[in-house]
Design a protein around this ligand. Structure first.
Ligand code: LLP
Length: 432
């Protein structure tokens, strides 16, 4: 009935998450409120690493992409499941360090890492750094020498596959700010240079073809392209690439009509491609890393809001205004992303209306969605927006000096705050 399987309805007709009444959560912690189901986060992580075990003989590592949602408790949960982490800034690295995350299981990303970030990554002993461009290689080589370290690195490669939509196209050379190009020979040249570097150790290659991808074919194609390149490196430079990082991007269900391929099928099919390419090219099977973000965190979360004003504009639309908006969920204003919404205290009633859910920011485009099916919502009702566990808190802002909401985790019938709601003092914390 709902897009995420952890949502249900109780005897009061209230929406539940992980079996807990969302209306009670709104009363206890206030709104807006991000709520995440810990069991579902764990279950999602396990689906990934168990299918890696099953289909790729456990020769791989799942690195949760913490840009989707990062905080101390999230890092602790990922660590306790034995998975790795993909961090994309010094702030995400710092969070992992402070959570006691095993840093050898962390990959450090970024298309424009600063020297400060590279130094910090080496200091905290990250497992590998995914180098994006040649100037980064040079800077890292110099910093590593100065610090007396020899970090393992991977190169980010543009595999020439554009899979940002449900379809994918293979283009000669994609326009992207990320990574080294294959077609021009840039990537091979960089590999040649890295092999000659004394202070970095090239261990792998990385690619990431987009996000919210429903089909498996583009992932298979990316794996083929990468393995072909690994074979080329072996033949041309007599060098063995031992690790292949295939990135993240697995789609999730935001709407009933969405139909992403199950991750198990992805792993089964991509493993087959990897194994058969290795046979064909006569290369050893690489250790595989993957970096799911959205598919771990998004389905586990919802956001709860309280309805304020309702404005019916005859023959045009009905606005239902909530106490949050683009400051806690900027995905509609950025991408026109669609969500399912439910009036949590009327969850058993039919979604009989089509409304625009509007935020409270001083901006016309501040909407959660338009033409959304919803139960009749009135002032004081609680609205739940589903599948907001990824790229909501992590992309939130203080626009209009609005405080960021709290994040509450539910687990086995209990709830706990994992990120406090910002206070008014927090709003002026850095002001002098
Ligand atoms: N690895 C790399 C190198 C990435 O750039 C990303 C996402 C991921 C892994 C994780 O991808 P996921 O499994 O979460 O799709 N803010 C956008 C999404 C941006 C994704 C950026 N990179 C949104 O809200 O839809």
């Amino acid at each position: 009935m709902y897009v995420s399987e952890n949502l249900g309805t109780n005897e009061k007709g209230h929406l539940t998450i992980g079996g807990i009444d969302t209306v009670s959560l709104a009363e206890e912690y206030g709104t807006p409120l991000y709520v995440m189901d810990e069991q579902m986060i764990r279950k999602n992580l396990r689906r990934f690493h168990e299918s890696m075990q099953k289909y790729y003989d456990n020769k791989g590592l799942v690195c949760y992409a913490s840009k989707a949602f990062s905080c101390l408790e999230m890092c602790r949960i990922v660590a306790s499941e034995g998975d790795g982490l993909d961090a994309v800034s010094i702030g995400e690295l710092y969070t992992a360090v402070k959570a006691g995350f095993p840093m050898e299981k962390v990959g450090f990303h970024g298309n424009n890492k600063t020297d400060e970030e590279l130094r910090y990554a080496l200091e905290c002993g990250v497992g590998h750094i995914i180098v994006d461009n040649i100037s980064e290689l040079h800077r890292l080589e110099a910093i590593a020498k100065e610090m007396g370290k020899k970090p393992e690195i991977m190169f980010r490669i543009k595999p020439g596959i554009d899979a940002h939509t449900h379809n994918f196209v293979k283009t000669g050379q994609i326009d992207s700010k990320f990574g080294f190009a294959l077609e021009t020979g840039e990537a091979l040249e960089a590999v040649r240079e890295a092999i000659a570097c004394e202070n970095v150790a090239l261990c792998g290659l990385h690619c990431h073809i987009g996000s919210q991808i429903f089909d498996i074919a583009p992932f298979e194609e990316a794996a083929r392209v990468m393995l072909k390149f690994i074979a080329e490196i072996k033949n041309e430079l007599n060098f063995e690439i031992k690790q292949l990082n295939l990135g993240g991007g697995f789609g999730i269900k935001y709407l009933e009509s969405h139909d992403p391929a199950p991750f198990e099928t992805y792993m089964e099919r991509v493993s087959k491609v990897v194994k058969s390419c290795c046979e064909e090219y006569k290369i050893a099977q690489p250790f595989i890393l993957i970096e799911p973000g959205r598919s771990i965190a998004a389905p586990a979360g919802i956001t709860l809001y309280t309805v304020g004003a309702r404005k019916e504009i005859p023959n045009i639309r009905t606005y239902v205004s909530i106490d949050g908006g683009m400051c806690d969920n900027p995905r509609y204003i950025l991408y026109q992303s669609e969500y399912e919404a439910i009036v949590a205290n009327k969850a058993n009633e039919e979604r009989s209306e089509r409304v625009t859910i509007a935020g409270k920011c001083c901006e016309s485009g501040d909407l959660i969605g338009e033409n959304m099916p919803l139960q009749h919502a009135e002032s004081g009702d609680i609205i739940a927006v589903c599948a907001t566990g990824a790229y909501n808190y992590s992309m939130s802002s203080n626009y209009n000096r609005i405080q960021k909401p709290a994040v509450v985790f539910v687990n086995e019938g209990e709830s706990r705050v994992v990120i406090k709601r910002e206070s008014l003092e927090d709003i002026i914390r850095n002001d002098l």
